[in-house]
Design a protein around this ligand. Structure first.
Ligand SMILES: [Zn+2]
Length: 453
């Protein structure tokens, strides 16, 4: 491993929001940024360097931080697959395989807020101890739900803990579960504040009361742990903010009252438009009902208008992709959120980049250590062909990623990662999603898979 790398000739976009600086050198020594600009060149001259990277015509910027991933989920096509067709050991190994893909996509940090079993904590430790290659990671455990479930609604059992979730009925159980997860090493507690109720039309409804939310936040905060909440309506966003939730996912349909609560509390927002955006744009291809696609698009548009107000009011934004489902496969969509910030919220590409770099350090609980290119920071660096301020979508183009450096180490972007094949027991997944059940024609590939069942 090279102990020092000198990157020259590139425009440094440092993640602080400052304009890029043309032709600026960056010197990496060990796992940190040792110097920038003339200092970097002078130090390289006097002490020598092991490796040089020519970034002429390219942008040198911090590695991306994805604040909403599910690396252990195994890219399920639906809840049935996620809840009933996963085993712990295989899911652990699959998440290690996926961690590598994340890093290759230029994502040097993730918050994996909830996972199957306790895989997140184990994966984080495996990456930190060097036995698995992956991004810096902060992990939650199983999502906490009331009996009313989250997006899965009545598919969640009335009681107990499964791979995916733990059902908590009252304050005592909530406090106990928060403590249990902290005991086992989580960095964040994830709560599902909204759920699906069959008789209630429209989007998810709030299924926790303020008192319960406060119990979780107070317990977690006393034990130096942060709380992230899934909030897919306005009341949940409002109460989560009032209770002291640190990071709010989705904040769908946030009204002005909820927005005010968020501004007052200092909670950060991570809208996670990407999953909905992929469903709206590609859902038809994977069999989603057309009326559902319009609902997704409306959720994005209505929410984005309020998000723009929150951004103007100074609420910190983080970029999260909800990578880990079939519509958000690992390593493919992490940077789409930046494009959606620009497209739907009217955010500047610069602010979108800051959301995915400097602001992301909050999700990693490493503020002041990662997320910007400054002397003394950990050296998590991308060299990108082109200018993402001109076109932020280039961050989604793997062929534009000339270098990914994590902790001062250049990531191998060349050796192919073996393609994952379905194991025989995953054939259940194929049957469950088989277009034959809807009387549609099958492709050659699907027929071949069917023949193997
Ligand atoms: Zn999620």
């Amino acid at each position: 491993m090279a102990d020092s790398i000198l990157i020259t000739g590139g425009a440094v976009l440092d993640g602080t929001g400052a304009p890029p600086r043309a032709d600026e050198a960056v010197l990496v020594r060990g796992d940190r940024i040792a110097a920038l600009g003339a200092d970097a060149l002078a130090q390289a001259e006097s002490d020598g360097v092991d490796e040089r990277v020519d970034a002429t015509g390219r942008t040198v910027m911090p590695g991306l931080i994805d604040a909403h991933t599910h690396l252990s989920f195994g890219e399920p096509t639906g809840n049935d697959e996620l809840f009933h067709h996963r085993t712990q050991g295989y899911s652990s190994m699959l998440s290690a395989y996926h961690a590598r893909k994340v890093l290759r996509a230029g994502v040097t940090g993730v918050l994996d807020a909830d996972c199957l079993w306790s895989i997140g904590v184990e994966l984080r430790d495996a990456i930190e101890t060097g036995i698995v290659e992956g991004p810096r990671m902060r992990a939650g455990g199983q999502a906490l739900m009331t009996m009313l479930g989250g997006t899965a609604g009545r598919m969640i059992a009335d009681d107990g803990t499964t791979g995916y979730a733990t059902v908590v009925h009252n304050r005592d159980m909530m406090v106990r579960e928060v403590r249990r997860q902290i005991k086992h090493g989580v960095d964040w507690i994830k709560i599902m504040v909204t759920g699906q109720i069959p008789t209630m039309k429209g989007p998810e409804v709030k299924v926790w009361n303020l008192d319960e939310l406060r119990a979780v936040c107070d317990t977690a905060h006393e034990l130096n742990t942060k709380v992230v909440a899934h909030c897919r309506n306005s009341e949940s966003t409002r109460d989560a903010a009032r209770a002291g939730v640190d990071l709010i996912y989705h904040a769908s349909y946030m009204d002005d009252e909820a927005l005010e609560a968020v501004v007052e509390s200092g909670s950060a927002l991570c809208p996670t438009f990407t999953l909905l955006g992929n469903l709206a744009d590609y859902g038809a291809k994977v069999g989603s009902a057309p009326e559902l696609l319009d609902v997704f698009r409306a959720e994005i548009e209505i929410t984005a208008a309020q998000m723009a107000k929150a951004h103007a009011a100074g609420v910190p934004f983080l970029a999260g992709s909800e990578t880990g489902f079939a519509v958000t496969p690992v390593g493919e969509w992490h940077a789409r959120e930046l494009e959606m910030f620009v497209q739907y919220m009217g955010m500047s590409p610069m602010d979108a980049i800051v959301a995915a770099t400097r602001n992301g350090a909050f999700a990693l609980r490493m503020e002041g250590q990662v997320g910007t290119l400054e002397t003394g920071r950990l050296a998590d660096i991308l060299v990108v062909d082109g200018d993402p301020l001109q076109d932020v979508t280039i961050l989604q183009d793997r062929s534009r990623l000339a270098e990914v450096i994590k902790g001062g180490r250049r990531v191998d972007l060349v050796t192919p990662i073996p393609e994952r094949r379905m194991r025989s027991t995953d054939q259940v997944r194929f049957l469950a999603s088989c277009p034959l059940t809807r009387g549609l024609a099958l492709t050659e590939e699907q027929l071949e898979k069917l023949a193997r069942v």
